[in-house]
Design a protein around this ligand. Structure first.
Ligand SMILES: [Zn+2]
Length: 295
C-alpha cells in the first residue's frame, strides 16, 4: 500500500470513530439550524419575485424586504431574530453556546428556542450512531450526508409543510450515485427503490383524491420517499410508510389532545418519513425484514 493510501485510511479511521463523527455532527447540526430557518425564506422571496415578474408587476410588488435580499445560507452571520445583533462566535458554538447563554440572547435576553441545541444534539448523536454502524468505511460519510439532509427536510416540513426540491432531488441523486459507487445497494435495487417510493405515495394520493376530492399530502412526500427508496431499496418502502404513519398518527393525536395543532393545519408527513428512513438505515434492512417476519 502506498503512503498516501495508508494516510487516507488512517485519517478516515480517525474521523469515522463515534467521537470523531459525533463532533462533526454537532457542527453540521448547527449549520442545519441555519438551513431550516433560511432556505424556506429564500424560496419564498424567489417565488414572490417570479410571480411579480409573471404578472408584469415591478419588483416592489414582490413585497420582499430589501434587507433580506443578500441573505444566503452561509452569509450574513447569524443574528438574534429579536434584536438583530450578530451572534459572537463563542456563542455560536454548537450546544456550548446555548448552555453558556442559558438559552437567552446575550444582547437583549430574548429566549433562544430549545430547538437549536436539540437539532445539534440529534445530529451529533446520529452521526455517532452512523460511525458505530459503518466506522472506518467511506460509506459512513455518505450516510452522514443522508442523515443531515433528512434532518433539514424534517425541520423545514414541520415549520412550513413544504419539502423543497432543492433538498429532495439531491438526496435522490445522491442515493443513486452511492449505489453506482458500490457503497450501498446494487444500482438496479436503488432505481427500483426510487420508482417504488414515488409510485406508492403517488397512488395513495390519487386514490385519496378520487375518493374524497381532497389532497392528503404534497408532491414533496413522493420525492422524499423516492429518495429513501434509492438509498434503502424497494423492500424498505412499506416498512418506512408503516412506521411513519403510526408515529405520525400518534403525534397528530397528541397534538389534537394538547390543542397545539392550529385550526386548518395538518401534521406534515415528511418529518416522520425522514425519521423512519434514518431508523431503517441504522437498524439495517435485513433486521427490519426479520422484525416484520418477512425475511
Ligand atoms: Zn437579541
Amino acid at each position: 500500500m502506498s503512503g498516501a493510501a495508508a494516510g487516507f485510511d488512517a485519517a478516515l479511521a480517525l474521523l469515522t470513530t463515534p467521537w470523531g463523527l459525533g463532533l462533526v455532527g454537532l457542527c453540521v447540526g448547527s449549520f442545519l439550524n441555519v438551513v431550516i430557518h433560511r432556505l424556506p425564506r429564500r424560496l419564498e422571496r424567489q417565488w414572490r419575485r417570479e410571480s411579480a415578474e409573471l404578472l408584469g408587476l415591478g419588483a416592489a410588488a414582490a413585497g420582499t424586504d430589501p434587507a433580506d435580499e443578500g441573505e444566503g445560507l452561509a452569509r450574513p452571520r447569524s443574528r438574534c431574530p429579536a434584536c438583530r445583533t450578530p451572534i459572537r462566535w463563542q456563542h455560536n458554538l454548537p450546544l456550548i453556546g446555548w448552555l453558556v447563554l442559558r438559552g437567552r440572547c446575550a444582547a437583549c435576553r430574548a429566549p433562544i428556542s430549545l430547538r437549536y441545541p436539540l437539532v445539534e444534539a440529534a445530529c451529533g448523536l446520529l452521526f455517532a450512531a452512523v460511525a458505530w454502524r459503518f466506522g472506518g468505511q467511506p460509506v459512513a460519510l455518505a450516510w452522514c450526508a443522508f442523515v443531515a439532509v433528512l434532518l433539514a427536510l424534517a425541520g423545514i416540513d414541520w415549520d412550513t409543510t413544504l419539502l423543497p426540491d432543492d433538498l429532495t432531488l439531491p438526496l435522490l441523486w445522491g442515493g443513486l450515485l452511492a449505489a453506482l459507487a458500490g457503497w450501498t445497494l446494487p444500482l438496479a435495487s436503488a432505481v427500483w427503490g426510487a420508482v417504488a417510493g414515488y409510485l406508492s405515495l403517488w397512488t395513495v394520493y390519487w386514490g385519496f383524491k378520487l375518493l374524497t376530492g381532497k389532497e392528503g399530502m404534497g408532491h414533496g412526500d413522493f420525492k422524499l420517499l423516492a429518495a429513501l427508496g434509492a438509498w434503502l431499496g424497494p423492500a424498505m418502502i412499506v416498512p418506512i410508510v408503516l412506521a411513519a404513519s403510526v408515529i405520525g398518527a400518534f403525534v397528530g393525536i397528541l397534538m389534537k389532545v394538547g390543542d397545539s395543532l392550529r385550526e386548518g393545519r395538518y401534521v406534515p408527513f415528511g418529518p416522520f418519513l425522514a425519521l423512519a428512513g434514518i431508523a431503517v438505515m441504522l437498524a439495517g434492512p435485513p433486521r427490519v425484514l426479520d422484525w416484520l417476519g418477512w425475511s
